[in-house]
Design a protein around this ligand. Structure first.
Ligand SMILES: [Zn+2]
Length: 185
């Protein structure tokens, strides 16, 4: 399999809603090859998630994984979600930093639901139905947005926190999301 180029903001694929993977393609060789390429590309770019639209592909699927040896259970294991439905649960929106492989070098504070219900299909076409919370919920919402032509910039309440990566590391990384987000709207 292969590490493929990730399309960047301005590519029409990022602004085009994706189509469901047709039933006759589920579990098939073409879909499996795409999933393998998406996983390789995500890992090659050191990202924690990738939507198919970021490879210029118009199918509804995303992958995510956040390996962290210091986190409980080693972080978030690899997930593949095909034809996802993501539904927020009640709870106050939480602000935290996001970046995007299609918008390289920028970080910004994005409000997200703290918990979402994820339904869809796995790589083999078997049903999925689970709850994602915290960082995993944030990743899922970010990737699901990509399948609807939405990027994290669209979700920012304002652009005051938008920063280039080096400046973010120097000045903003340690600041709390809530502190920086508590600006009048
Ligand atoms: Zn992204």
């Amino acid at each position: 399999m292969a590490v493929l180029p990730i399309v960047r903001l301005g590519h029409p694929a990022l602004r085009t809603p994706a189509e469901p993977v047709p039933a006759d393609r589920l579990g098939g060789a073409e879909l499996r090859a795409l999933i393998a390429d998406m996983i390789d590309t995500m890992r090659g770019a050191e990202g924690v998630g990738l939507a198919a639209t970021q490879l210029g592909t118009g199918w509804q699927l995303f992958v995510y994984e956040a390996v962290d040896p210091e986190a409980p259970a080693g972080g978030i294991p690899l997930h593949v979600v095909v034809n996802p439905m993501v539904e927020p649960h009640a709870g106050e929106l939480l602000y935290d930093w996001e970046g995007c492989l299609s918008i390289p070098d920028l970080r910004g504070l994005v409000p997200r639901h703290p918990e979402v219900r994820v339904r869809g299909l796995d790589a083999a076409g078997e049903p999925l139905d689970y709850l994602a919370t915290g960082f995993e919920a944030r990743i899922v919402q970010h990737e699901f947005d990509h399948l609807n032509g939405v990027v994290f910039l669209d979700r920012m309440r304002d652009l005051h926190s938008l920063a280039f990566y080096e400046e973010w590391e120097s000045y903003l990384r340690e600041r709390q999301g809530a502190e920086l987000a508590s600006r009048p709207e």
